[in-house]
Unconditional design. Structure first.
Length: 702
């Protein structure tokens, strides 16, 4: 019975994570255009403070029928709004009610002086309020400043409004409708009006849960803007939008999503590949893509795939409007592999950074900032999207926006805001999955636990029941490879044997990587062992679970890894995290994340997987150790000491992934007489050459 609610059954729940019955009523009334003027709600922003998004669990959030004392501001707004009762827009009280119950918080990030001088906020009434406040009290308390920065823009109630209200291209609207989504997710509800509305398009920082549909939220406005651009500037050709993502897998997925949306709109979206050059295509200042015949395989990206390499080499210029790329690939193209100064991208009007916090993390920062600054159009808008975002990213964004304009020596044609939109609780894991934090004491204990998960019969003995397909994350590439060869023969030949389990990491060729992605998506591979390469962004809708075989290097990585399941509101996903004695110093931040996500879900204290005593007992990690852990992971597990071959027996032995149990599995399979598997086993035994040099653990008896 429990299987019927697994993500893999494809049953999509409501994709919205946060909602209340009261708002449902209000939204459907609005959707039905039955506007109730009597709505009066006291929903002061103090009710939704930074760290308390659980209010709807404790008491009913703003109710439309409730008559309560309105704040001074609310009265002002309501009175003003009554005048324009006939129009279809919402009053501020309704907007607040809907945004608050979906836990959407919009903040103007600019300095208050700037907001006052250049009022470009999305709500007129709010503008007036801010101004009058400022005039009355020049020095505002912190609380008042926060209040003055809060915005309550109009939410998107349904996808039809994209056409009826926001006038997006009819073909684009059709393409969205064809996806068959019933209601917009929170991030779509909040960001689409901001990006498509009549006010000047803002720069936007968005923090919204994993699997909540951020891709659609940034692609629709980007595509619509280009359709408009094509109308008004029919002669201007070149890259108008850039989407940057940290991995090839994610970039490729964005292109595939984009292709569905651009069909018939005249907009072209392209995945940046090795061998493409971004150069001057002849039109003055227009950047176009040029492709030569270097390797560019990858079956996920169908378009160029079907053409033989020779033919591809003859495509001199790819006229593309949207280029989707990883940072390094574009930087190399713009600087001829760092041999020249960066070419500029003068036409780009939209720069989207997906997984922005990792793109601006030291690992990618330099490349990302180079790309950002190479976009030299004064009307560039940036969008930074992720499920996690440190406050350092906000500061870096502000300073880069400023510096880029200073370097350009030009001003944008119209002033615009830098807004931040947060859905739910910043940096938290989604509430619709089960988290299991399991103490396994040793490396061998983890392997034993994982084997139990692989066997449905054995699973009934523990309380964890994990059905394929699922992902297993390790700390390093050698460990992913070792674990894969360890588990390869655990799946019986009758069920497909070793072909059901695969390993994916960045040492594989592009072609191998996309083949594995394709087979996993098709359901031919059931279990994918991987590194943090797949921790972010990739969307396997029907994945039932995630196993953190090695604990993640940070709380943010935990949020992203486990967010591969429970996509678009699906229930029943499981996240299992093993930890050993060595991991104890690093577990607290993960336990905290789980605790918060369980609070977000509500429910009884007894249902919680993280007990208070555990949280109290786990040690806190110093700032420096946190930094160190983030960069290197658990020391004892670092590559390259941990591969079997390189194990020097001095300490790393205890942390290696044992091979003896693999041998045991092979013996078991021999007994079963699975001929094909036996042939593979021999090959594998010959290749590894160290079957007898196994660890101390003898495997599990079935
Ligand atoms: N309104 C909607 N209703 C139902 N499903 C949706 C809706 N919008 C998007 N989806 C689906 O939700 C899934 C997750 O979307 P997406 O990959 O954009 O998530 P994300 O927010 O970018 O997550 P991550 O932070 O992990 O990158 C996709 O399969 C997408 O098709």
């Amino acid at each position: 019975a429990s299987d019927s609610r697994l993500p893999s059954t494809g049953k999509a729940a409501n994709p919205q994570l946060f909602r209340t019955a009261e708002t449902d009523k209000l939204e459907s009334a609005k959707n039905g255009k039955k506007r109730k003027r009597s709505a009066a709600v006291q929903q002061d922003e103090e009710d939704v403070p930074d760290l308390d998004f659980f209010s709807s669990n404790k008491r009913p959030a703003a109710s439309v029928t409730e008559t309560v004392v309105a704040t001074e501001d609310d009265v002002k707004v309501s009175a003003q709004d009554a005048v324009s009762d006939d129009d279809d827009s919402m009053d501020e009280v309704e907007r607040r009610t809907i945004l608050n119950s979906h836990k959407i918080k919009v903040t103007d990030m600019r300095d208050l002086e700037e907001i006052q001088v250049q009022p470009t906020s999305t709500t007129d009434s709010k503008k007036k309020k801010k101004k009058s406040k400022k005039e009355e009290a020049p020095t505002l308390s912190k609380k008042e400043q926060k209040r003055a920065r809060r915005l309550f823009p109009e939410p998107l109630l349904n996808f039809k409004e994209l056409r009826s209200k926001y006038k997006i291209s009819s073909r684009l609207a059709e393409n969205v409708a064809e996806q068959g989504f019933t209601v917009p997710t929170e991030v779509q509800l909040g960001t689409l009006p901001l990006l498509l509305g009549e006010s000047s398009e803002p720069d936007l920082l968005v923090v919204a849960p994993t699997g909540s549909g951020k891709t659609l939220s940034f692609l629709i406005p980007v595509i619509n803007k280009i359709v408009r651009h094509h109308h008004s500037n029919p002669d201007e050709h070149g890259i108008l939008s850039l989407v940057v993502a940290p991995t090839r897998e994610l970039a490729s997925q964005i292109v595939n999503e984009g292709r569905k949306l651009v069909a018939g709109t005249g907009v072209k979206i392209t995945l940046m590949r090795k061998g493409m050059r971004v150069g001057d295509g002849g039109d003055a200042g227009a950047n176009v893509l040029e492709e030569n015949n270097e390797e560019s395989s990858g079956s996920e990206d169908e378009e160029t795939e079907n053409k033989p390499a020779k033919e591809r080499a003859n495509i001199p210029v790819t006229k593309s409007d949207i280029l989707v790329t990883t940072p390094l690939m574009l930087v190399n193209a713009l600087s001829a592999n760092r041999t020249t100064t960066m070419t500029t991208l003068p036409l780009v009007r939209s720069l989207v950074m997906d997984e922005a916090d990792v793109l601006l993390d030291p690992l990618f920062r330099e490349q990302t900032l180079d790309i950002w600054k190479s976009c030299s159009h004064p009307d560039l808008r940036v969008g930074l999207w992720s499920a996690t975002m440190g406050s350092n990213i906000e500061d870096l964004t502000k300073s880069t926006i400023r510096e880029r304009l200073e370097d350009l020596g030009q001003k944008p044609s119209e002033p615009h805001a830098l807004l931040r939109l947060v859905v739910g609780l910043k940096d938290s894991a989604i509430p619709n999955i089960d988290h299991k934090l399991v103490y396994a004491a040793t490396e061998q204990g983890k392997l034993m636990g994982l084997r139990q998960l692989l066997r449905p019969a054995a699973a009934s003995a523990s309380d964890i029941r994990l059905r394929p397909p699922f992902l297993i994350f390790t700390q390093t590439i050698p460990r992913a490879v070792a674990l894969h060869s360890e588990l390869k023969y655990d799946i019986p030949a009758e069920a497909g044997g070793s072909s059901r389990i695969a390993v994916l990491h960045s040492d594989l060729s592009d072609g191998q990587r996309s083949d594995i992605m394709r087979d996993f998506r098709k359901g031919e591979i059931w279990i994918l062992v991987t590194t943090d390469l797949l921790a972010r962004g990739v969307d396997f809708r029907g994945i039932n679970g995630v196993v953190n075989y090695d604990i993640p290097n940070s709380a943010a990585v935990y949020v992203h890894r486990v967010g591969r399941t429970g996509r678009a509101g699906r229930e029943g996903g499981i996240a299992v995290t093993y930890y050993t004695k060595e991991d104890i110093p690093y577990v607290k931040s993960i336990a905290n994340i789980i605790d918060v996500s369980e609070k977000l879900r509500g429910g009884e204290e007894g249902d919680k997987s993280i007990q208070k005593w555990l949280l109290d007992a786990l040690p806190n990690l110093s700032k420096n150790s946190k930094k160190d852990m983030k960069r290197h992971g658990v020391k004892a597990r670092q590559a390259p000491r941990l591969t079997d071959k390189e194990d020097d027996g001095k300490g790393a032995r205890g942390m290696r992934i044992s091979t003896k149990s693999g041998f045991e599995r092979r013996m078991e399979n021999n007994k079963r007489g699975a001929i094909e598997a036996s042939r593979n086993r021999k090959a594998a035994a010959a290749a590894s050459g160290n079957v007898s040099d196994a660890g101390s653990w003898g495997g599990l008896d079935d």
